[in-house]
Design a protein around this ligand. Structure first.
Ligand SMILES: Cc1cc2nc3c(=O)[nH]c(=O)nc-3n(C[C@H](O)[C@H](O)[C@H](O)COP(=O)(O)OP(=O)(O)OC[C@H]3O[C@@H](n4cnc5c(N)ncnc54)[C@H](O)[C@@H]3O)c2cc1C
Length: 387
């Protein structure tokens, strides 16, 4: 039976995180954002709350939850701040999930308890300077040195989230490990612990937004890791990362919905307070209709990501729905951020107002974890069109 209501435990989680965002993140984030500082204290507190372990089983230190729970949390966090939300999203979906989905029992026991507690963060290295959308274009190589039984990695990755913080434990990277039977690239995934000789992390990028999120360029110069650091099957790296991205899109869609809703929250408040021509600006139909449209978009984005999450949680095919949710929610997040800024007038352009942060943080949502064009390609492919 279709039921739009959340079970009590989900609703309780949502409320707890909403309060945390309001009481702990909101007062601190403006200054951290201005200083481009990684939010270590907030991350530690999220770790204590169990948020990094949400969709993982208790035997690995997780909370035994699922992607619906993760989405609810991300939406509430991004309603207040997206840098914090993406730090959690990347930590869970891109850092820990590949280990959980594809790791050996030993890899899971080594890494998951530290990841699920938030003690360390894992990063996901797919994108290279030569291309992100075309994930198969990987140029980074990993050669198996049979004498030492080690992978020797050479190449570089760019734009990698959570890869250079003080608590980053490793990055999983895709690399070409040979040639397939049909002459194509054999792409595999290898775990590279932070601090491994030959693995260099560049200083943080100067970004348009997500100022408190850690994003770095990585280089590998004869970087050696044990053969046992192969993650999943040799030659399955490309397929593994694509499936991780399908799940990640549900999470990003929830995050984008949160940003879109945060724009509504801030704008409704402001439209009630700000007076022009002797009355609150919200009394003008032009502003009220803009707000109605913003609420409509956030509402539909929420239905869309929750639908994709529901399919995922029930083990059903969710690829198209995840792409729809990611495409729709990211585009309406940009719409709502633009409209919220407009409603705030000149103050909307001042960094001390949350909507200015939302405006700067929205654009990346149409790019990261698959651009809008890539989502349209995925949706069109699922329609069975000729290729
Ligand atoms: C802040 C930030 C954090 C990130 N975090 C990570 C991370 O943790 N790990 C990671 O691996 N990557 C990460 N990325 C990389 C991100 O996923 C890529 O930037 C994204 O996938 C796009 O790849 P690209 O930048 O190489 O653009 P390109 O692939 O070069 O695309 C450029 C433009 O061309 C369009 N395009 C490309 N191919 C087609 C086509 N066939 N048809 C139509 N249009 C097309 C694209 O949609 C885009 O508009 C991050 C990026 C940023 C900015």
């Amino acid at each position: 039976m279709l039921d739009h209501r959340l079970d009590d435990e989900y609703e309780q989680l949502r409320r707890t995180v909403a309060e945390f965002a309001k009481d702990v993140i909101a007062p601190a984030i403006g200054e951290l954002y201005e200083k481009h500082e990684f939010p270590y204290r907030i991350v530690r507190e999220m770790g204590r709350m169990g948020l990094f372990g949400l969709p993982f089983p208790e035997e690995y230190g997780g909370m035994g939850g699922d992607y619906l729970a993760l989405g609810l949390v991300l939406e509430e966090l991004a309603r207040v701040d997206s840098s914090v939300a993406i730090t959690l999203e990347a930590g869970v979906s891109l850092g820990a999930m590949p280990i959980f989905r594809f790791g050996t029992e030993e890899q899971k026991r080594t890494w998951l308890p530290r990841l699920t507690s938030g003690e360390i963060l894992g990063a996901f290295g797919l994108t290279e300077p030569g291309g992100g959308s075309d994930a198969g274009a990987t140029r980074t190589t990993a050669r198996l040195d049979e004498d030492t039984n080690e992978w020797v990695i050479n190449g570089g990755k760019c734009f990698i989230t959570n890869s250079g913080t003080d608590i980053t434990g490793f990055v999983t990277v895709t690399a070409v490990t040979g040639t397939t039977a049909t002459g194509g690239k054999e792409i595999s995934t290898v775990i590279v612990p932070s601090g491994t000789p030959g693995f260099t992390v560049a200083p943080p990028y100067s970004k348009v937004g997500w100022n408190c999120s850690d994003t770095r360029e990585l280089s590998f110069d004869d970087c050696r890791v044990p053969a046992a650091n192969l993650l999943g099957e040799r030659g399955r790296g490309y397929a593994q990362f694509l499936s991780i991205l399908d799940e990640g899109r549900v999470a990003i869609a929830a995050l984008a919905t949160g940003l879109a809703q945060g724009c509504v929250d801030e704008s409704v408040r402001y439209a009630g307070e700000r007076e022009a021509f002797g009355r609150p600006i919200g009394a003008n139909q032009a502003i009220a209709f803009k707000l109605a449209d913003m609420e409509l978009k956030a509402h539909n984005a929420r239905l869309s990501w929750r639908h994709a999450a529901s399919l995922l949680v029930h083990g059903e095919r969710f690829k198209k729905e995840a792409a729809i949710a990611k495409l729709y929610s990211s585009e309406i997040a940009v719409d709502n951020a633009r409209d919220a800024t407009q409603i705030h007038g000149g103050y909307g352009f001042m960094n001390e107002y949350p909507v200015a942060r939302f405006w700067r943080d929205a654009k990346i949502l149409e790019i990261g974890e698959g651009t809008s064009e890539v989502q349209r390609m995925l949706i069109a492919r699922e329609l069975g069109l000729p290729r």
